[in-house]
Design a protein. Structure first.
Ligand code: NOJ
Length: 825
């Protein structure tokens, strides 16, 4: 709170480098005004539309720039979605590394095209909210996510590699420990995997208070401490600040490390063009994260800051006319809608009601009667009723926490529906409550021809508890009694003959089993978290102005148990430092369902359309032959800039005379130049020079990982009645192949999957393209598979290995279980 953003760096006044403003992300500009509340990441993932992913990122970046922000704290790909009830899964794009990677890369390119530094977060293993952070959960330490090397590479790290390759400026290390070392102080993860193997050139910032040591984190590769406090909130006792100065001056932290931190931050700033003063005026944010009033404090966190100045300039950054960001927000929300069920082609509706019934009713001079039920349909107490969206009331547009924003407006489904139906033909009754007076007024169900019933499931960041949900959901059920509401409506609508359309807003998978089979349930729409354009987007799809084309970015199982033991949140500590063993290895979401032959309710990649697509003519053209290992890491003639390594005179770090210090502000200055040179004992092996990873050599890893090995194409034809878009998906199955090293049999259960190299998932997503097809139109859809797409991480080799014996099976289809064409490589 020592600045107007959620994260602020101090300016380097001697060299004229400005302070930087860092702001959440990832679905809009948090704690601001007149900015767009975009659909959440999970909705973006559900579109499977790369262009929209980019456009949303770009609009988000532009808004950040116009608000005076330097660094956006998004996108989010960790959590990946190992646990379907994970509180923050909705900030990311879905439970598959490939989908997350593509969506993150497009978002980053979009954000950074506007000169804003994007931050990929949370690196890594931040899969649940419970015990994510020291002290937040009454324990002095955070939990440890224990992840095997192969699992780390093939699942959790995968999207981070795409982000680095896309040129992301910053990486945020996560709160919890990974393999029992805090992620922000884990040298293997930061120095080793991120900076060497993935070739990350930007800066690593800590999540807010995720830094748990001073020298340790500096040596491990942390570059920026956020928000700068020490071990506790707002105590001003930084682990760096003057302590970092002292550690450098006394030789504990090499000066080269400090230079490296600075270079990474300053280089990122130049790389993004932020030295361009016409685009970045250096005045800092024109809004305050800490007050909505016009006047406020610049250093809100300091008791010494008594001066009130104008902090909120209320600049509208939403764009106007054809450039209005609401257009993108609406497109994403509409394309993110997944049509799960559409019996008797009940959808799309007509403005006059359900077409055939409406006609009959009309002839009798009657109106078609539509009843709308459920709190989630309506406005409730307004979209910004609770801080950081920390309550589930009214229609659900986003989850809660730092990833949420102030809605400039929220078009509720009810408002949009009332506008959409033709009042001359349709009589709409609405009960935007989860407990309509069915008992006293049974007619409100009996007298309907059609019922639209709304339900939801919410979750968020663990610092807020909502309806006894501490971040992570307590189960996968619909919330606030809406399972019962749907059951009642679907059974009694139209005296049992009505048609019920269920609309769900949700942060992730929900169990549909309680009412799925009720005859009255004709259609189910999963509208995810649509943001401000909720109602408009829903109406677009319900009435067929937009043909639904969203696909599930996760699996909908029949119960939480169906996802396996690893999918369960650790709600109670199992040891003083809670341990989450990722023993299921590669088997999360559809990989788990496939491996154990579990029938989901709706599979990953599933979603219906109002039209039908036919697949034909698949071709698989090898362009490069297989080889086990990528070529050696390329030599580079680039070397990092060199600076003097002479430790400066401590007097240069003294507080400048006449300087007025603000209480709690973190300065680098020392009060005394009396520096004791200690004899710091580094851990054994610290001085051993490590050889660079053979998997590295470029941004995103060894450049040859991105060489194309095979081109695939398939024709897709729209053979149905209306135009529409199809998400053509490509899944790869690895050949059964022997390990290239004798398998070792470790004693530690959690390693089993990492050493059993012949164990592959049944299939993995390795390509998707969304194509729009007019009625009768055919298009050729093309994919390229790279070495990376066809490799697995070999723990013994410490490299990506491409099996050369046997053939890969390549399937192209409409979901992870609706395969249409098959080829081989
Ligand atoms: C903590 C959250 O985990 C992170 O995602 C966010 O960017 C920071 N707080 C700042 O609000």
């Amino acid at each position: 709170m020592m600045g107007l953003s959620v994260g602020n760096t101090g300016p380097a006044i001697n060299v004229g480098f400005p302070g930087l403003a860092l702001q959440d992300g990832p679905l809009g500009i948090r704690s601001s005004d007149h900015a767009t509340a975009f659909p959440a990441g999970i909705t973006v993932g559900a579109t499977w539309n790369k262009e929209l992913m980019y456009q949303r990122g770009k609009a988000h970046g532009l808004e950040a720039r116009l608000k005076g922000v330097n660094v956006l704290l998004g996108p989010c790909v960790g959590p990946l979605g190992r646990m379907p009830a994970g509180g923050r899964n909705w900030e990311g794009f879905g439970a598959d590394p490939y989908l997350q990677g593509v969506a993150a890369a497009e978002t980053i390119k979009g954000i950074q095209s506007e000169g804003i530094m994007a931050t990929i977060k949370h690196y890594i293993g931040n899969e649940q909210e419970h015990y994510r952070q020291a002290h937040e959960w009454a324990l002095p330490n955070a939990l440890s996510s224990n992840i095997g090397d192969r699992t780390l590479h093939e699942l959790y790290l995968w999207p981070f590699a795409d982000a680095v390759r896309a040129g992301v400026a910053s990486v945020m290390c996560s709160y919890q420990m990974t393999n029992n070392s805090y992620s922000c102080g884990n040298s293997k993860l930061l120095n080793g995997i991120l900076k060497d193997e993935l070739g990350f050139q930007g800066f690593v910032q800590s999540d807010w208070l995720a830094q748990r040591s001073g020298v340790g984190t500096a040596l491990a590769g942390l570059d920026m401490s956020m928000p700068g406090d020490g071990l506790f909130w707002q105590d001003g006792q930084s682990l760096w600040g003057p302590e970092l100065t002292r550690s450098v001056l006394n030789g504990t932290v090499p000066l080269s490390r400090l230079n490296d931190m600075v270079t990474r931050i300053v280089a990122a700033w130049y790389q993004l063009g932020q030295d361009n003063e016409t685009l970045f005026d250096r005045k800092g944010p024109n809004f305050s994260s800490w007050t909505n009033d016009e006047m406020g404090h610049i250093y809100n966190g300091s008791p010494d800051d008594t001066e009130l100045v104008v902090v909120n300039h209320y600049i509208d950054v939403q764009g106007t006319g054809e450039e209005a960001h609401s257009i993108i927000a609406r497109k994403v929300a509409a394309e993110g809608i997944i049509l799960l069920k559409n019996e008797d082609n009940i959808l799309p509706l007509s403005r006059d009601g359900w077409p055939s019934f409406a006609k009959a009713a009309d002839q009798l001079g009657m109106k078609y009667r539509v009843g709308i039920f459920g709190e989630d349909a309506g406005e409730g107490k307004g979209p910004n009723f609770c801080v950081d969206r920390g309550c589930n009331q009214g229609t659900l547009g986003s989850g809660w926490g730092s990833g949420a924003v102030e809605f400039p407006y929220l078009i509720s489904p009810l408002a949009a529906l009332k506008k959409a139906f033709n009042p001359d033909k349709v009589y709409v009754t609405d009960f935007p409550t989860n407990a309509p007076p069915f008992g006293t007024e049974p007619a409100i169900l009996k007298d309907q021809d059609m019922c639209l019933v709304f339900a939801n499931a919410d979750s968020g960041e663990g610092f807020l508890t909502v309806n006894s949900i501490r971040g992570d959901r307590n189960d996968l059920n619909l919330q606030k009694g809406t399972d019962q509401l749907i059951t009642e409506v679907a059974t009694r609508c139209g005296d049992g003959n009505g048609k019920t359309v269920v609309v769900i807003h949700s942060v992730g998978p929900v169990i549909l089993e309680n009412w799925f089979n009720i005859t009255g349930v004709k259609a189910i729409i999963l509208a995810n978290l649509p943001g401000q354009e909720s109602g408009n987007a829903l109406v677009d799809v319900l009435f067929g102005d937009v043909n639904p084309s969203g696909k599930l970015p996760y699996t909908i199982g029949k119960s939480l148990d169906d996802y396996g033991e690893g999918a369960k949140i650790l709600y109670y500590p199992n040891t003083p430092i809670p341990q989450q063993n990722f023993s299921e290895g590669l088997y999360i979401d559809y990989r788990f369902f496939d491996k154990y032959g579990i029938e989901p309710r709706y599979e990953f990649g599933y979603g219906l359309s109002y039209t039908t697509f036919e697949y034909s003519l698949m071709s698989t053209i090898p362009v490069k032959s297989k080889s086990l290992l990528p070529p050696a890491r390329p030599e580079t003639d680039l070397s990092p800039p060199k600076y003097s390594e002479e430790i400066p005179n401590p007097s240069t770090a003294l507080l400048p005379s006449g300087f007025r210090k603000l209480k709690k502000f973190i300065y680098p200055y020392l009060d005394s130049s009396d520096i004791k040179k200690g004899n710091f004992q580094y851990p054994d092996g610290y001085g051993t020079v490590q050889s660079p990873s053979q998997a590295g050599g470029g941004e995103g890893g060894n450049p040859s990982l991105y060489d194309i090995h095979v081109n695939v194409s398939a024709d897709v034809t729209n053979i149905g009645p209306v135009a529409g878009a199809e998400v053509v998906q490509l899944y790869v199955s690895y050949p059964r192949s022997p390990p290239i090293q004798p398998a070792i049999l470790p004693q530690v259960e959690a390693w089993k999957f990492d050493t059993d190299m012949t164990d592959f998932p049944v299939q993995v997503l390795r390509g998707f393209e969304k194509v729009f097809l007019e009625k009768g139109e055919t298009k050729k859809v093309k994919f390229s598979l790279t070495r990376r797409d066809l490799s697995y991480w070999d723990v013994m080799q410490q490299n990506w290995v491409m099996p050369t014996s046997g053939s890969y099976t390549i399937r192209v289809g409409s979901s992870s279980r609706d395969w249409r064409l098959k080829g081989e490589y």
